[in-house]
Design a protein around this ligand. Structure first.
Ligand code: BGN
Length: 371
């Protein structure tokens, strides 16, 4: 009897050891693959393609394919007129009429470098940096000069008190985005005062302020301490909300969990409106991105991602922020509140606003809104 159960335990230990060894080798293998610079495979998504739960779909999409067109059938039964809406996905306020005579930029930008060295040392002053980007318009706006961009993107950066990070971010992001031929504007939304940081509310403010300025099609919500390492990570308007910071050096280039939506994420204006933006109630670190992931799920939107060997980021070093002890409470009750807590309940006091050379700066006082 003793002998048999001893054998069973030994067999179990052997099986578990084997499984651990197999998992270890498969991790090694995927880490190795992540570093290889293989040819990029671009998959075009068609309207209706399911991208949910797939972590390895690279979307390169011509937004013109996804605009909402209204086709009016001529008289049916001699009396009625039927409107049909095709297709169902739109990327914001797209205009089908080109605003210039330039040819459309190609779907895959021609001058990408792939993986490139991120600049973190000897970052110039703001003034010196401005002269490196002569093509910028005031407010940190840019569009390609020899073709018409397919995407109009507002980069929204919640910010407070990290000037060296901001300079490193601006230097890297302008270089990066100009290679990608997207039309973009950079919005640095700074929280005034000493209240805990409210990242999500700042992103709501950024969305509101950016749309007051221009007809952007989508937002990329971007932490200031994350620098993209590969320019094939296209900052274009997504079909489904796209989590962009898939692999970060400080997380050992691994996705911490499947539903994570923090760091860098992209949403069309329509998707953002559909979920009523971010919650305004998350003061301090953590949870606001998970709340957004819940909102997306409620509205049957899916988190899409580029492959982990492309969507790579370097994180700039900083101290640990204080976690918000209330984040669990608000996260659990989030879905119930989403129709009244978000973009439609946003209030803020604009303390200052300036179109600087490298970015549009919005300084805001954020009130504590009632749950
Ligand atoms: C998670 C945080 C996210 C953060 C990631 C990565 C929470 C809620 C707990 C239920 N979520 O733990 O906000 O983006 O870590 O740092 O704290």
């Amino acid at each position: 009897m003793m002998g048999r159960s001893y054998m069973t335990v030994r067999a179990l230990v052997l099986i578990v050891t084997l499984l651990v060894v197999v998992e270890y080798f498969s991790l090694l293998q995927s880490a190795e693959n992540a570093d290889k610079r293989g040819p990029v495979v671009f998959k075009l998504l068609e309207p209706g393609d399911r991208v949910g739960y797939s972590r390895h779909v690279l979307q390169v999409v011509d937004p013109a394919m996804y605009r909402v067109d209204r086709v009016v059938d001529k008289m049916v039964n001699n009396t009625t007129t039927i409107s049909i809406v095709i297709p169902t996905i739109s990327t914001g306020n797209l205009t089908s009429v080109p605003s210039s005579n330039l040819p459309q930029c190609s779907m895959i930008p021609p001058n990408l470098h792939g993986k490139f060295p991120v600049l973190v040392n000897d970052i110039p002053s703001m003034d010196d940096m401005s002269s490196q980007f002569p093509g910028l318009e005031l407010g940190g706006r840019w569009s390609p000069k020899d073709c018409q961009a397919k995407h109009k993107v507002a980069i929204i950066v919640p910010y407070r008190d990290r000037e060296p990070h901001l300079r490193a971010f601006l230097l890297n992001i302008h270089r990066f985005l100009q290679r990608q031929q997207v039309e973009y504007g950079i919005y640095i939304v700074e929280q005034s005062g000493n209240q805990p940081f409210n990242r999500a509310m700042l992103m709501n403010v950024g969305a509101a302020e950016a749309l007051k300025q221009h007809a952007y099609q989508c937002f990329i919500f971007h932490d200031v301490d994350l620098l993209p390492e590969d320019d094939r990570n296209l900052y274009t308007c997504p079909i489904q909300p796209r989590h962009m910071s898939v692999s970060i050096d400080s997380f050992l280039y691994r996705l911490p969990y499947d539903d994570i939506f923090g760091g860098v994420s992209a949403m069309t204006v329509d998707q953002f409106r559909a979920v009523n933006g971010f919650s305004n109630l998350f003061w301090g670190w953590g949870g606001e991105d998970d709340d957004m992931a819940n909102r997306l799920r409620v509205k049957k939107l899916f988190i899409s991602r580029y492959p982990a060997n492309i969507a790579r980021y370097k994180m700039l070093k900083h101290g640990k922020e204080k976690a918000n002890p209330e984040r669990f409470k608000y996260l659990y009750s989030g879905a119930k509140r989403m129709s009244r807590d978000g973009y439609n309940s946003l209030k803020y006091k604009k303390v200052d606003f300036m179109l600087k050379k490298l970015y549009t700066w919005v300084l805001v006082d954020l009130p504590h809104l009632k749950p």
